[in-house]
Design a protein around this ligand. Structure first.
Ligand code: AP5
Ligand code: ZN
Length: 213
C-alpha cells in the first residue's frame, strides 16, 4: 500500500514514518530529508534551496516533484510520502506519477495537532546525524545523554529551521498552501484523521486502524 502522512511541522510525520518502515518494511519518501541530503552533499540544488528552507518557506514544486519522480521510477510498492505533497500542484503531480507507474494511493493520514504543541515539539527536537532517529528533550530523550539509542553515534544535531521565527513561517505556509489538501483528499475519499497529540504508541495504533479500515 502507498500512503501520505499529512500534517503541520512537528505533527510527528517523520516519527511515525520510521515506525512504519520498521514494522511493515515500507519505504519512506521524505522530501525534507532528500533536500537536507542535497544540502549536506553540497549539490547545486542543495545550495539553491538552503536559504528558502532555513527561513521556513516551501521550495518550488518543480524541485520536489523531480525528487519524487526519481524515487518512483525505481519502482516498488509500499511508499510512505512524508512531507509531500504540500501544495495542490504537487498533489496533482503525485496522482499523475502514480497512475503512470500503475500504483495506487491507498490512504492519506492527517495528523491533527494544535499550534502550541507544535512549538514545544519543534523546539525540543534533535536527531541522530548518523541514522536519522528522531528525539525530543522531554518526550523522547536518549537513554545515555549525548548518545543515539539506535546506533550509538554521538553526532546528535538540531535543524537550522527549528527556531521560533522559521517555525512561524512554516506554519503559515502549511495553513496557506498545504491544508487545502485535506479537502482535496476528503473529496477523493482517501482521508483518515488521527490524533497527533496522543502518545507515540497511540498514534501508531490509530494509523494501523486507519490502514485496515
Ligand atoms: P520537512 O523536513 O518535511 O519538515 P516539516 O514538515 O516541517 O516536518 P518536521 O520534520 O518538522 O516534523 P514531523 O511532522 O516529521 O515531526 P517529527 O516526527 O520530527 O520540511 C522541511 C523544509 O523542507 C520545508 O520547510 C521546506 O522548505 C522544504 N520542503 C520539504 N518538503 C517540501 C515539499 N513537498 N514542497 C516544498 N518544500 C518542501 O516530530 C517532531 C518532534 O516531536 C520530535 O522531537 C519527536 O520526537 C516529537 N514527537 C513526535 N510524535 C510525538 C508524540 N506523539 N508525542 C510527543 N512527542 C512527539
Ligand atoms: Zn543513530
Amino acid at each position: 500500500i502507498n500512503i501520505i502522512l499529512l500534517g503541520p511541522p512537528g505533527a510527528g510525520k517523520g516519527t511515525q514514518a520510521r515506525r512504519l518502515v520498521e514494522e511493515r518494511g515500507m519505504v519512506q519518501l521524505s522530501t525534507g530529508d532528500m533536500l537536507r541530503a542535497a544540502r549536506s552533499s553540497g549539490t547545486e540544488m542543495g545550495r539553491m534551496v538552503a536559504g528558502v528552507m532555513d527561513r521556513g518557506e516551501l521550495v518550488t514544486d518543480e524541485i520536489v516533484i523531480g525528487l519524487i519522480r526519481e524515487q518512483l521510477a525505481s519502482g516498488g510498492n509500499g511508499f510512505i510520502f512524508d512531507g509531500f505533497p504540500r501544495t495542490l500542484p504537487q498533489a496533482d503531480a503525485l496522482g499523475a506519477l502514480l497512475a503512470e507507474t500503475g500504483m495506487t494511493l491507498d490512504a492519506v493520514i492527517e495528523m491533527q495537532v494544535d499550534d502550541e504543541a507544535l512549538v514545544r515539539r519543534i523546539t525540543g527536537r534533535f536527531t541522530c546525524g548518523n541514522c536519522g532517529e528522531v528525539y525530543h528533550d522531554e518526550t523522547k530523550p536518549t537513554q545515555v545523554p549525548g548518545t543515539c539509542d539506535a546506533c550509538g553515534s554521538t553526532n546528535l544535531v538540531r535543524r537550522a529551521d527549528d527556531n521560533a521565527d522559521s517555525l512561524k513561517t512554516r506554519l503559515l505556509e502549511y495553513y496557506k498552501k498545504t491544508s487545502p489538501l485535506i479537502g482535496y483528499y476528503y473529496a477523493k475519499d482517501k482521508l483518515a484523521q488521527v490524533d497527533g497529540l496522543a502518545e507515540m504508541d497511540e498514534v501508531s495504533s490509530q494509523i494501523a486502524a486507519a490502514l485496515t479500515a
